[in-house]
Write a protein that binds this ligand. Sequence first.
Ligand SMILES: [Zn+2]
Ligand SMILES: [Zn+2]
Length: 160
Amino acid sequence: MARLLAEAGAEPTPVRLAVARVLAGGDRAMPAADILARVREAMPVNKVTLYRILDLFVRQGLANRHSSGDRAFRYCLGPRLSGRAHGHAYCLRCGRMECLPAGSDLLDVVAVGRSLDMDVLGVEVRIDGVCASCRQAAGEGRSGPAGSQGPAVDGGRGKN
Ligand SMILES: [Zn+2]
Ligand SMILES: [Zn+2]
């Protein structure tokens, strides 16, 4: 992990390593607030530092930043760390953004991108829907808007 960071031009400080480990340990793309909470289980870190690290990781290709239906970006492993591009399944109710296994059929769009006469720097594939646990919580067969809640939002953005 330290070597990966160094190769990407990011000095592998303990905090950066902790952030990279959190990103590596998940099977989903997480909002910064969740990443912050997990890194804090290992060591103290303030929010501004975390955002700087995430920005750095995105710039260096270590992490992917994904927009979603709400205001909070989600982060997961970038091509350097995960090796391959992958898509995401996003739940509009709870905001969970699952990382899909690389090599899913839908990722043929990556190949399509490569066939274009352009330098492809990124491909984003996101499937929006309602996840199984949210569907269950809402009760089978009931598909009205009643009781639908907005996704969890990272309330910390913009507050330095
Ligand atoms: Zn859900
Ligand atoms: Zn992902």
